[in-house]
Design a protein around this ligand. Structure first.
Ligand SMILES: [Zn+2]
Length: 436
């Protein structure tokens, strides 16, 4: 669910940000678009922004899932020049005003590294991999979306901040079974960190196998370079689909496949076929939660018998905003606790709940939140009973629900409540982000 744009970035909270914004405005006044783009990137990187959006004469940056308004009322000509300037970095052809234009570029930035114990921070060059999409809008003015990624950094699985029980389950369902065949899926909305989780899992498997397995990734396009994996970008513009690429890669004798996304019946079928020819395949899918994944797979033409024969497990994932540890504030949570009670979470009365502090602090740059919390719902689909039920054609959603209850599967919201109890996230954010 895309949230309403929020103007929550308190600019006065950070002198550094104020200077950066002034520089952007100054470069615009001087008509220096390339300097302006540099300044925009500097601001984005300094604030750990994941996306820059340019639409309807405004510019936003997404930080910890919050859309922050950076510039408003950008003049027509200047707005178009900024978009053109960004797209020129891809060294692609000119923007075609009638269709969606996609490209990628690497932005280098000079910054001071994190100081350590008795070590000062060093000036270093960082590379940021960026993906840009420029598309026409109904008003005739183009809009641009830029995604920023650290191209060399996938955090190790145990540094993602997962709950220990989630980590154990992932170990059991997929990592320890790396020699077997099957399909492991991560579902969730766009920008919920699905690929990051899967790449961390693959790294962990690679380590466990002491490098004695070959891993191939097929992505649209490759965003994060992985030292030990063979990585392939598909080219949808040239009519190449994930399905085509998987077929090609399957002839190259790989043990483990990462398929960026299952979004059409052909890819779904080829992924399940790869499993029957002795491959472990991991992929992502758009589905509301783990149980709805079965419906989605059925829509994509996968038979229940194929699901029961090949699925290892399904993870559903959401990212929630982590309350700033330095300024989060406790409040009278009687109403919120009543709400949670009604939803089936009793015994919270004595708990101290927290919410973001209005205006935040210097550490969270005035936003009251800092970083993200990953919450997971994990379904082990290898349980015998579960497989038997699934293999019967047309097994109902209510039957699946019964099984998940018998398995005592922890739902996404159960996971969110755990994080609320730990004071990591607010009730408000959990209710807004996680469906019940
Ligand atoms: Zn703070």
């Amino acid at each position: 669910m895309e949230r309403e744009r929020e103007k929550v970035w308190k600019r006065e909270a950070s002198l550094e940000m104020e200077i950066s914004l002034r520089r952007i405005k100054k470069s615009l006044e001087a008509g220096n678009i390339s300097l302006c783009i540099k300044e925009i990137m500097t601001l984005a990187v300094a604030n750990r922004a994941t996306d820059i959006h340019l639409e309807a004469h405004r510019m936003f940056m997404r930080v910890d899932t919050v859309m922050c308004l950076i510039l408003d009322d950008i003049q027509d000509g200047v707005f178009i020049s900024i978009i053109r300037g960004f797209y020129a970095l891809t060294k692609g052809q000119q923007i075609n005003q009638r269709k969606t234009n996609r490209g990628s570029f690497v932005h280098e930035i000079l910054a001071v590294s994190k100081p350590g114990k008795n070590v000062l921070g060093k000036l270093q060059t960082y590379e940021i991999a960026c993906r840009i999409t420029v598309m026409p809008t109904a008003t005739g003015i183009m809009a641009a979306y830029i995604r920023l990624r650290d191209p060399h950094h996938i955090p190790p699985l145990d540094k993602l901040g997962l709950l220990s029980e989630d980590l154990e389950m992932i170990q059991r369902i997929v990592i320890q079974r790396y020699r077997s065949t099957g399909v492991f899926l991560v579902t969730g909305p766009t920008n919920s960190g699905k690929s990051t989780l899967l790449l961390s899992i693959l790294e962990e498997i690679y380590k466990k196998a002491e490098g004695k397995i070959s891993v191939a990734t097929i992505e649209d396009p490759v965003e994060i370079k992985m030292k030990n994996f063979a990585q392939f970008s598909i080219n949808p513009g040239a009519g190449m689909t994930f399905g085509d690429a998987v077929r090609d890669v399957l002839t190259c004798d790989k043990d483990l496949l990462f398929v960026g996304e299952i979004r059409d019946p052909d890819t779904a079928q080829v992924v399940f076929r790869a499993s029957s020819t002795g491959h472990l395949t991991v992929s992502t899918l758009h589905a509301k939660d783990t149980l709805h994944t079965f419906e989605r797979l059925r829509e994509l033409g996968i038979l229940p018998s194929e699901m029961s024969g090949h699925l290892l497990g399904i993870v559903s994932q959401r990212l929630l905003r982590r309350l700033c540890p330095r300024c989060k504030e406790s409040y009278d949570a009687t109403e919120d606790i009543k709400k949670l009670n009604k939803m089936g979470y009793p015994g919270l009365e004595d708990l101290q709940l927290f919410r973001p502090k209005e205006g935040g602090c210097e550490y969270c740059k005035g936003r009251g939140i800092r970083g993200m919390v990953i919450i997971l719902e994990i379904l082990d689909t290898t349980e015998m009973e579960f497989r038997l039920a699934l293999s019967k054609e047309g097994v109902s959603m209510s039957r699946l629900l019964e099984f998940s209850n018998e398995q005592k599967m922890r739902t996404l919201f159960d996971a969110a409540v755990k994080r609320i109890k730990k004071g990591e996230i607010s009730v408000e954010d959990a209710l807004a982000t996680v469906h019940r």
